[in-house]
Design a protein around this ligand. Sequence first.
Ligand SMILES: *Cc1c(COP(=O)(O)O)cnc(C)c1O
Ligand code: SF4
Length: 312
Amino acid sequence: MKELITSHLRALIAQGSLAIRSQFVAKNDVEESQFWSMDPLGEDTKYSPLKGLVRKYDNRVLWKVSYRCAAHCQFCTRARQVGSKEGDLTGRDVQHGLEYLCSHPEIDDVILSGGDPLFTPRQTLRILNGLAQIETVRVVRIGTRLPIHSPASLKTTLVTRLLKRVREISLEKAVYILLHVNHPDELTPEVQETIKLLEQKSTSVLSQTVFLHGINDNVRVLQRLFNELYYLGVRPYNIYRCDYVRGLERFVCNVQTERHIMTELRRTVSGIALPTYVVDVPGSGKLPVPLEFWDVPDITRCRDFDNNDINL
Ligand SMILES: *Cc1c(COP(=O)(O)O)cnc(C)c1O
Ligand code: SF4
């Protein structure tokens, strides 16, 4: 993936943060597995009813607002798309998306994703204004990593206007901000202040995290991360196993190690501060992994929602 790093992140790398460096600095000559796909979750094919939408469940849909982000996370599950213009939606694409939701009243939960919805505030505002009109949509979630990539951007006029609208809509529908954060080095004082602002100016903030080999596959690092989020009033929602995307091999951790870390954290971290450990299984969806309190003969084997056998 093409490297893109904000001045905020560059300063943290210059100050010596290896955790930030390994997440954002591009690496040449990475070893790629021939067996891994660029789109293992079938987002662009099997599960896309129309441009921008990914639908795996009856009641909820993911809407990719664009493929643009302020910085490029080298482990991005959508590495195939991030930074490309191809994800830009025209006014008609947005209209079609809204019509799709109107004609599918069983969809009550819309997840704005991308790309980073807060990085394209005009487009996101347009979509939000449309969603506000659809009564059957009861919940809107907005995934973002902008406060981590560029905290100052949260104070721009356009983002401020967007957050104001989020706050208004949150009086009618449940709205959640889903903040992507992976390491305590990301929570600088400026970022913490920005998260507080986000909570005050908009709505509830939850977080999601990806297990990254050599970066956060460690009890102490995650304990610090989840506690700091908890102290900020952010509820850690999920921690994901890194998807098996070609080119991301170096980031994928050992599944036993991940399970062990989550088991340890159950003791040391408050319940509210502990996210669910989840694997997004190709062809199925997000499945929670049982911790070591239960004996599971082979953790690499599971069954999906349709009772199909899956090998991790
Ligand atoms: C993650 C995801 C969701 C949301 O799943 P939850 O378990 O409700 O958080 C919905 N649709 C798609 C395509 C997803 O990838
Ligand atoms: S912010 Fe999210 S979508 Fe953008 S590059 Fe990072 S992981 Fe990918």
